[in-house]
Every structure is written in C-alpha cells, then in structure tokens.
Design a protein around this ligand. Structure first.
Ligand code: NI
Length: 187
C-alpha cells in the first residue's frame, strides 16, 4: 500500500524518532508499504517520519543509481534503530533532494565515510562502514530520524532563496507526482 508522504512543515519531521521494538505491530507490513511508497515516488531512501511515524527506521536503495553514479556497490537495506558511530574524511558536496520537500535541491556538505550500527528487519545487529553516495544517502535518512532536514544544512544564501518555496510546501501549494500530506490543509 502506498502511504502519503509527509511534507515540509509537518511536526513529525522535526521530532527525534523513537526506538523500534521487535514486537512493534505490523512491522513487516509497514516495511513493505515503505518500500512501495519509496519506489512509487522514485526515491533512493525513505524514513519513518516521512510517512508520519516517529520511528527509528529507514530504507535505502542505491542499487537503482549504481550505474549512473558509478558506484562499486549499491545497497538495498532496512536500517532499524541505527546509530552513526563515526563520520570521517574530507567534507564533500553533493546536490540533495528529499521526497518531503519536492522541487527543492541543494548542495549539502557531508563527511564521506561513516561507521554505523543498526538492526535489520529481523532485529539482528550489524556494524558496518559505508562511503561515498551510499554513506550520503544513509546520512540523509539518518538525519530524518534525528529530526533534521537537508534544507537546514544548506548555505545561508541558498536557505534564504528557498524560504518562500518551503512555505508553499507547508501550505500544500505544490504539485508532486505522488501522494502527500501537508502541514496546512487546504479548503
Ligand atoms: Ni529526505
């Protein structure tokens, strides 16, 4: 089932998300729905808060962009209760976007290598290192479960330039080619 994606301005996007319990009701179904929602919107990642749930869960699929982005490996994974343990290297810039913030893109600086601890959908713990675009997508989704949006990491000038557009998204005055739920309801 395709879920509505919560748009910029929705309070859940600014909350620190809660740990996911293995007994969480219908978790398997939620994960299936999140994959479906992400692919429907042509995303490479989707986090719990983006479907209105303040849960520490996110999905990443960079397999889809492996060739275009010339990645050595792509990843397709569910990250539950993730914790980034370490980030290192020379900051690098890349143009990011977000399904909750349609039509806005901007350069975000992040560190290239991360070490992360997380559980998969079977609640098995993993500790792994990622780099490049794989790390970046994880960092972007991880920010979502920490209540942080990429637009907060843009340079001040760019932030000023998009301010009006963000307010339009909050008010639902935009068109996305997938179902969204906006902070201010129209009509
Ligand atoms: Ni996002």
């Amino acid at each position: 089932m395709i879920l509505p994606i919560y748009g910029y301005g929705q309070p859940v996007l600014k909350k620190l998300a809660r740990q996911v319990d293995p007994q969480h009701p219908n978790l398997k179904e939620l994960i299936t729905n999140m994959w479906e929602t992400m692919y429907n919107a042509h995303g490479v990642g989707l986090a719990g808060p983006q479907v209105g749930l303040d849960l520490r869960i996110f999905l990443v699929d960079t397999e889809q962009v492996k060739d275009d982005e010339k990645l050595d490996i792509g990843i397709k994974k569910v990250f539950i209760n993730a914790e980034i343990l370490e980030e290192e290297g020379q900051p690098w810039s890349y143009e990011e976007g977000c399904l909750s913030i349609p039509d806005i893109r901007g350069e975000v600086e992040r560190l290239p290598t991360i070490r992360i601890r997380y559980q998969d959908e079977h609640f098995t713990w993993f500790e792994e290192t990622y780099s490049g675009l794989n790390a970046r997508v994880i960092q972007h989704e991880y920010d979502h479960i920490e209540g942080v949006l990429f637009t907060e990491k843009l340079k001040p000038l760019k932030r000023r330039l998009i301010k009006k557009k963000l307010e339009m998204i909050r008010a639902g005055q935009i068109q996305a080619d997938y179902k969204m739920r906006f902070a201010i309801r129209q009509g």
